[in-house]
Design a binder for this molecule. Structure first.
Ligand code: 13P
Ligand code: SF4
Length: 382
């Protein structure tokens, strides 16, 4: 039987504005109905920072690492709707459509959809491939780049993952950064870590690498990222000058204020927070580690948590027997992740039911195969 090819259409058969005027209750009903029609061919993945209304419809939730594993192992599904941000959907496309998976499905691709194309990541945008290529060329002039291992945080464009694939490098997430850096040092003398300076610095400090051995590469300077040739030669880890606009808002002063007001409180933070916060926190870890730590704690435990607001609020609701505070007095939420709302999800799914694909994420074949090299290395490290 011939199946008509799906219609790829940026506005969809049903236009988005008609969904935006609907109440969340009615959108939730429409999403549930569309999911029933799509059955096991559809997989909705939700990152822990999504709003609760969206998480309620996710088939699987997780941190960046878990979601990439889930995309890599998906069997029945033919469409992944990624309730996360752009780099996560790109990673899902690369992993779900790698050659061995395509062969298992007789060449049939998994379509990956990002419900709102404006759901990007400001950190990922801080490192562009032309800047990384330029940095590499400059580094070639002062050190042996054969012994320099590029490590990109998964929060980066696919083109950067492909760069790592081409240059003997690897991808990391916040849950495996230390293991990945060890992998890199087993293969080279220095690491070039992008785009998050905080994750790179916090992880490397715990491994005994000193501040002096970690110069920061500022891509907006003319020469050597603002460093001397000698600083680069002395470096063990060269950190890209990038950060997460959400996590960089947490401060050491917040930690001190909580400790003064709530004696015995535990400070639990994400490694994307600045060093001044990580240094004095009780525990630092990926979003999954944060969740597992709270889940394992006895009733009455006091926490001040430094990560995205939606996750902290969800933990508060799920653990009323514990005392959970948000570590900052200001709202630190991932505004781009928040763009994925019920209106976008309902719009995406109802169009899908009609065979109309809105917002597909399809990474170019060459970038995809080079990124896969670096992503597979990451999946094998754990
Ligand atoms: P993890 O999901 O790896 O904890 O990272 C947090 C994050 O910033 C996702 O964009
Ligand atoms: Fe990017 Fe930060 Fe949002 Fe994560 S929380 S997606 S790093 S902006």
């Amino acid at each position: 039987m011939l199946i008509a090819p799906p219609l790829i259409n940026s506005s969809g058969k049903f236009p988005l504005p008609t969904f935006k005027t609907q109440s969340n209750d009615s959108l939730a009903v429409r999403i549930t109905q569309a999911k029933e029609k799509l059955g096991s061919r559809l997989l909705i993945l939700g990152h822990h920072y999504q709003q609760d209304e969206v998480i309620a419809h996710a088939d699987l939730t997780g941190d960046s690492y878990q979601l990439s594993q889930q995309a890599a192992s998906s069997a029945d599904c033919r469409t992944i709707v990624f309730c996360g941000v752009h780099f996560m959907a790109e990673t899902a496309d690369i992993l779900a459509n790698r050659p061995e998976k395509l062969a298992e499905r007789g060449g049939e691709r998994v379509t990956v959809i990002l419900p709102d194309m404006a759901a990007g990541c400001s950190m990922a945008d801080m490192a562009a491939i032309r800047q990384v290529d330029d940095a590499w060329e400059q580094l070639e002039e002062v050190i042996d780049v054969q012994r320099l291992i590029p490590v990109t945080y998964i929060n980066s464009a696919a083109s950067l993952k492909a760069f790592c694939g081409r240059h003997g490098g690897i991808v990391c997430t916040s849950s495996n950064a230390a293991a990945v850096i060890r992998w890199a040092f087993a293969r080279g003398e220095r690491v070039f870590f992008f785009p998050d300076q905080h994750l790179g610095r916090n992880t490397s400090l715990k491994m005994g690498i000193t501040q002096e051995q970690m110069p920061v590469w500022d891509p907006h300077t003319e020469q050597l990222g603002g460093n001397t040739a000698q600083t680069i030669r002395d470096a063990k880890v060269i950190l890209w000058k990038g950060h997460c606009s959400v996590h960089q808002m947490f401060r050491a002063a917040h930690v001190l204020q909580f400790r003064e007001r709530f004696p015995g409180i535990n400070i639990l933070v994400h490694p994307e927070c600045p060093q001044e916060v990580n240094d004095i926190a009780d525990i630092s870890g990926s979003t999954s580690k944060i969740i597992q730590t709270v889940e394992a704690a006895p009733p009455g435990t006091k926490w001040a948590i430094g990560t995205e607001l939606h996750l902290v609020n969800r933990l508060k609701k799920q653990h009323p027997d514990q005392e959970i505070h948000f570590l900052s007095p200001v709202v630190c939420m991932c505004a781009t992740m928040y763009r994925i709302d019920l209106a976008h999800l309902a719009w995406t799914l109802e169009n899908l039911v009609e065979g109309s694909i809105v917002n597909p994420i399809h990474v170019d074949a060459e970038v995809s195969s080079q990124s896969l090299v670096a992503l597979k290395r990451m999946l094998e490290v754990n």
